[in-house]
Structure formats: C-alpha cells, structure tokens
Design a protein around this ligand. Structure first.
Ligand SMILES: [Zn+2]
Length: 330
C-alpha cells in the first residue's frame, strides 16, 4: 500500500524543486529584476510544479528510496533485480546521498568532470551531499588524497551539472581542486580521476572517451554503443567555470589517455624458442631445417660443430650469407 503521508512529502518536495528550478532556468543571466517578465516566469513554473505533482502520482523514486530505509544505504552493490549498472570497485568510502532522482531515463553516454573549488576529502563531500537542503550530489568524488567516494549509484541520476538532461546521461565526478581559478588539481587526484574514468568505461562496455571541445558539438553528437563523451558543467550554468581552467584545458589529454588505456596495443606473442638445445626445430620448421642443413645454407659455427642456434635472432650479415648460399652463388 502506498504510504500517503510519505508520498505527499516527497511529491511536495519534488514539485517545489521543479518550481524553483523552472524559475531559475527562465531568468536571463544578467537581467535586472525590473526587466523580468514575472507573470510569464511564475505561471510557467506553476505549470511545471503541477505537472510534477501529476507525474508523482505514477510513483516517485524519492518515495521508493525513503521506503527502502537504511538497510540499503551502505550496500552499493544493491539487491535490486534487473540492475544493469554496477558501481566502481575503486571506491573506498560510501555515503549514499538522498539527493538524486532514482533510475536514469536515458542510457549512460557522458562523463562530466567537476572541480570542488576548494580542497576536499571524500568524507567531506559525503557530508555535504548527505544534506537534503544542499540539493546536490555526484556519483563519485575524488579527495585531495586520491581516494574515491561514492554518493549516488551509477544507475541513478545525480544532481550535479545544473541540467536534468545532462545528469540523466552522465556520470558526474567531483575532483578536489584548489579554491581559485584555474582550480588546479594535484597529481594524486588527477591520476585517480584517470583510473576511475577507465574503470567506468570498462564496466559499461565503452572503448572510447571523447572530448569534442564544444557544447553544441557534444550535445548534438550521438555516441556509438562503445563511446562516452565528456561534457562540462559550465555549459549549463553560465555563472560557473566548473571544471575550472586547469581541468578544462586537460579534457583532451584526459580523453586520449583514457582511450589509449582502454585499447592497449596488441602485443605479438613472443615466439617460443626452439625446443631443447637449439638444434632441434619445431615440427613446423623441420622440413625447411633439413633442407637448409642439407644444402649447406644453415651451418654450425665450424665444420666440426653443428650448433645451429635455432632460437637466436639473425643479423643482416647472417641473413645475406644464408641468402647467398641458398641462391648457390658459390
Ligand atoms: Zn560542477
């Protein structure tokens, strides 16, 4: 049975959020208060809130999560059936946030890298995201010490990039940075970010992480099955520089390092040495070996010594000598 008290609470919170977010979204970036068409803004936002309430009648994730209670709070592996998404094994701190919208509507196609704009620990980020009043969360956070924290499971939509649409499609990672532009990230956290992105790609069957360098190009791009694209918070919040210039300038480098880690060069299997003392060929080489010895093309180091050194590399001198003998020039 539906817990109506809980439903009203969750649906109410959701509708108020929708209202507030619609108002914010409709306000031009640098508008004077007097220039804003308040009637249009408020009536649109009211409609959005009503729509949100109506959608809530169909069941809302917040309610589901609240009912799940604390038992699943520290069980990121999840007991739910039909779970397509997994979570990173690189995580060393879990503090699941109430700030998320439940399961994604769209498949995962993006990674959004954020900076914390101030040095942070995975525990500190967890405390911030645990507060419902903050209305913020990310799937992962990387602390100053390079450790990885998880706050929203990969299967769920977090509240991180000021865009419902982006959050639906992205895994958001907060990376500890300095407090001021260019919001530099230290080496340990940077290395950890690369590892985490590689892991996210691998677990989700992705072979390429792309950086297209531009908002429109990225939003218009339809990633192939095995691709993820990098998107940026700053594209959806005009007053934000996130992920900061330091990370922004490295997004191309990050994409190419990760893509090459996902596709290591195929190493040729080293040839197994000839069996035994180097004078007994593999079965596949037997006929050629006998022919070469019989015709004096392959010889030992002296007339008395039949050491053919079958596993040794051939120098250019040795090669032309064998060629010379084979063509019976002498
Ligand atoms: Zn951000």
């Amino acid at each position: 049975m539906r817990n109506w008290k809980l439903w009203f609470k969750c649906a109410g919170i959701r509708a108020i959020k929708t209202f507030a977010q619609t108002v914010v979204a409709m306000l031009p970036a640098a508008a004077m208060i007097s220039e804003v068409n308040w009637i249009a803004v408020l009536s649109t936002a009211a409609l959005a809130a009503i729509a949100s309430l109506a959608t809530s009648l169909a069941g809302i994730p917040e309610e589901h999560i609240a009912e799940e209670g604390k038992s699943s709070r520290h069980d990121p592996g999840g007991k739910e059936t039909n779970m397509k998404y997994t979570n990173s094994p690189l995580v060393s701190h879990v503090n699941l946030s109430p700030n998320h919208s439940g399961p994604r509507i769209y498949p995962l196609t993006r990674i959004t890298i954020h900076c914390t704009a101030g040095r942070a620990s995975v525990e500190g980020l967890g405390t911030i995201f645990a507060d419902p009043a903050r209305q913020a969360s990310s799937q992962y956070g990387i602390g100053e010490d390079g450790r990885v924290g998880m706050y929203v499971e990969e299967k769920n939509r977090c509240w991180c990039s000021s865009s419902y649409d982006n959050d639906e499609r992205a895994i958001c990672i907060e990376v500890s940075s300095e407090a001021y532009e260019p919001f530099a990230v230290n080496d340990v956290a940077y290395a950890s970010l690369i590892d985490l992105c590689v892991d996210i790609c691998q677990r989700n069957g992705k072979k390429r992480l792309l950086w297209l360098g531009d908002k429109d190009a990225t939003l218009m791009y339809k990633p192939k099955e095995d691709e993820l694209v990098i998107s940026c918070h700053r594209w959806f919040a005009l007053n934000k520089s996130c992920p900061g210039e330091w990370l922004f300038e490295r997004l191309g480098e990050i994409a190419s390092i990760i893509t090459s880690r996902l596709n290591p060069p195929v190493e040729k299997a080293p040839k197994s040495p000839a069996p035994g003392d180097g004078n007994t060929p593999h079965e596949w080489a037997e006929e050629a070996f006998r022919w070469a010895v019989k015709n004096g093309i392959l010889r030992g180091s002296s007339a008395e010594k039949a050491d053919y050194r079958l596993s040794d590399p051939v120098t250019r001198e040795e090669f032309v000598t064998m060629l010379f003998r084979a063509l019976d020039q002498k």
